[in-house]
Design a binder for this molecule. Structure first.
Ligand code: FAD
Ligand code: HEM
Length: 407
């Protein structure tokens, strides 16, 4: 892994800037969300073309603004504090996301310009030229590391960042559960599929009926298909007056067999390392899309490796891919599934009522955990497992949105 460790990054910041960042990190952190909330509107006003690359749902909820603020603060902290937690996973996650969106080095100048201008707008006269220069240095250290990692990932995936998308035809639509549909996709150019590690996602770009172009990420929910890949989309229903999800609704309501979707190359670091350690795959709702490809991988390559699948959903009717996961799991020697539903049908004697409770699931000492679902669900999973003595280093998670885990 080429990403710099905190120590090597620390030595990159000049001594002069280090002292300034030490002195001002607190005030920048305190205002970070205000700064990024100013940053996006000013950048989009000058570069409306970027509205087509940024997820407008995450803009409306403010989640992307919070994720950017948190990442810049965490980056600055690990530059000045050698005891700060490792930053490598944050850096990796951003770089993987960026390459599915075709982010290019020259765009860092635009982001840097508007981010530093937003710092000036929020903090006003407090930003002396010395302070501005120190934070400019922090920004460009961060940017340079991301640009380098993204160049490596583009090259590894054989992707030209100027043409990051490939057209795929929908060859099958499968109703998996209530408001959950799988789309089986084949490259229209007749070429081979890219290499896909189970657990990775693609960015899907769609042109919405109002003319707006938008990307969203979808996990490749099956990698068993050889010449085809599958994504499984769950409709996001708006609550408390918020609108329904734009892209999920569009895909479910308007995309049919024969239509063409534009996809990025697969990316993401939520992937299983080869080891013999038993696996616990703990998912909720749409998080099940990460479970099937991992179960397929183990069935194909390590059927002797123990796997426990634990899934939570509203009802059995909402539990997508359940039968497929069970079917593939039969090829694994030691394969157990558990399901928790908020409402369990009286005839269903196998499922448990209520939220997932892992406290009674038998676990081996060396279990490796992959969890995917809403943040409160994953926090609950993590705290139950930490209480049971599973080390944090053995718990991996995937967030289906900007990563606000540490925020
Ligand atoms: C790595 C990754 C993998 C993923 N894998 C999958 C997968 O396999 N399957 C899957 O189904 N999803 C997956 N997702 C989620 C997916 O990318 C989308 O986020 C999801 O489909 C919702 O997109 P949308 O366009 O339908 O919703 P959006 O239109 O983006 O809306 C998202 C939320 O914002 C709210 N919102 C929007 N506008 C406003 C407003 N003006 N005011 C208040 N609230 C607002 C909406 O109500 C909704 O709750 C994944 C995400 C990531 C990051
Ligand atoms: C040092 C500079 C940058 C930092 C620190 C940064 C940070 C981030 C972070 C933290 C995320 C969220 C990742 C996640 O958890 O999913 C993200 C996503 C994203 N970034 Fe960057 N980024 C930088 C530069 C850029 C540039 C130059 C562009 C191009 C214009 C860009 C475009 C995007 C887009 C489009 C997303 C996805 C947004 C979404 O899904 O809402 N970023 N970035």
């Amino acid at each position: 892994m080429s990403i710099a460790t905190p120590q090597s990054a620390q030595s990159l910041l000049s001594a002069r800037s280090e002292a300034v960042v030490q002195a001002t990190a607190g005030v920048v952190a305190e205002h970070a969300e205000q700064i990024t909330a100013r940053f996006y509107p000013r950048m989009f006003a000058e570069h409306p073309e970027l509205l087509r690359v940024f997820n407008q749902g995450n803009q409306a909820t403010g989640e992307q603004s919070r994720a950017l603020a948190a990442s810049v603060v965490a980056y600055a902290v690990q530059l000045i504090d050698p005891d700060a937690p490792s930053f490598a996973h944050v850096m990796r996650r951003i770089a993987h996301k960026h390459i599915t969106l075709g982010i290019r080095p020259e765009q860092y100048t635009i982001v840097g310009h508007h981010l530093l201008a937003a710092v000036g707008e929020v903090l006003g006269d407090a930003v002396t030229p010395e302070i501005a220069s120190a934070w400019d240095e922090v920004y460009w250290l961060f940017a340079t590391q991301l640009i380098a990692e993204e160049a490596r990932l583009y090259q590894q995936a054989g992707v030209d960042p100027a043409r990051p998308l490939r057209p795929y035809r929908v060859v099958r639509r499968i109703d998996e559960a209530h408001d959950v549909v799988s789309f089986v996709l084949e490259p229209t150019d007749g070429g081979e599929l890219p290499s896909i590690e189970p657990g990775q996602y693609v960015s899907v770009f769609v042109d919405l009926p109002d003319g707006v172009r938008q990307p969203r990420q979808y996990t490749v929910s099956s990698t068993a298909l050889g010449t085809r890949l599958q994504i499984t989309v769950s409709r996001v229903v708006g609550s408390d007056g918020a609108p329904d999800g734009q892209v999920s609704s569009f895909l479910l309501d308007h995309v049919a067999v024969g239509d063409v979707l534009e996809l990025s190359a697969p990316a993401g670091d939520f992937v299983v390392q080869s080891s013999d350690a038993p696996l616990l795959l703990a998912s909720a709702g749409a998080g099940i899309t990460t479970v099937l490809p991992i179960v397929e991988l183990i069935a194909r390559t390590q059927p002797q490796r123990k796997v426990i699948v634990a899934h939570a959903d509203r009802t059995a009717q909402d539990h997508a891919l359940r039968d497929t996961v069970q079917y593939v799991g039969r090829q694994i020697d030691d394969f157990t599934t558990y399901a928790w539903y908020e409402t369990v049908e009286p005839a269903d004697e196998d499922s448990r009522q209520g939220y997932m409770d892992l406290s009674e699931v038998p676990l081996d000492d060396d279990v490796q955990v992959f969890t995917c679902g809403p943040l409160p669900f994953m926090r609950h999973v993590r705290s139950t497992l930490l209480d049971r003595g599973v080390p944090a280093s053995r718990i991996r998670y995937e967030v289906f949105g900007p990563d606000l885990w540490d925020v």
